[in-house]
Design a protein around this ligand. Sequence first.
Ligand code: SF4
Length: 335
Amino acid sequence: MSEKKTDMPAAGQEPLLRVSHLRVSFQTDKALLCAVEDVSFDVRKGETLGIVGESGCGKSISCMSILKLVQGENVRYENGAVLFEGEDTLSMTDKQLQKIRGRKISMIFQEPMTALNPLYTIGDQMGEVLKLHTKLSKKEIWDRCCEMLEKVRIPNSREIMLRYPFNLSGGMRQRVMIAMALLTNPELVIADEPTTALDVTIQAQVLDVMKDLQKEYGCSYIFITHDLGVISEMADRVVVMYGGRVCECAATDTLFEHPYHPYTRGLIASRPYRGMKTDRLPVIPGNVPSLNNKPAGCPFHTRCPDAMDCCREAFPEETAVGEGHTVACWKYAKK
Ligand code: SF4
């Protein structure tokens, strides 16, 4: 697998995307349930930001909210802003968002079989993206799609264009999704668990393809995953989420070498590693709280080995513990 890139954008650089104090809730018959609370993070140009946490921590909802893809009568974007190229996507109309979705910001989903339409050929589905966002002729669209398929290392691209999703293996379908996401040369690609459904060999190949394409096109990635191995391989910086909140953010190496938040420490400690002397890994006891049963204060206090009285009362302010390294935990809160 190729090396992680080292030409990370400077910390002072104006971010490509800035999510500030995002709060997203769902109205139910009984209550307004908050899924994402006061979430803030930046994505710099050309970098990969990893977002980690167990299922139900608010990773996907935070990222889908960037394009207002969490939709429905019961969805409430209650607070916050998502600034992309200086404009707030949360205040945009659907028509304005259509110009950004798939053109400037695109998404890669976990399961390509559900994201691709089984009734249309790969060529039809890829071509549709370019028809929507460019003025290319039919032939130019066909050539561009074939070129992108070759870039994601799919041989016989012209033949693959005529096939249906079910004719392809899982790894090939995920490469098609990556090719589709990058067809319009977007500024930002949001990849939601893009390799979770793949076996490790294919996963390594797909990650390699994504890194090579990033080098070539200079796009930024948001990588959502619960797999810390993928994060250490791909991300320049990491945001750790728990209970719909950001609990820690740092450069990837810093986070793995000096994790502060008890949740981050628990995640890192529960990773398998080479030369393990035991067949039982440490686990974080308990489960992620459900939306309608979120504890008050720090949502991790029911599972935290270091919980104190104050943890049950209020959520801690974010504290800087190093350069570009912040943590939201009462243990490090400034007195
Ligand atoms: Fe644990 Fe308290 Fe820190 Fe939450 S704020 S992670 S409960 S020590």
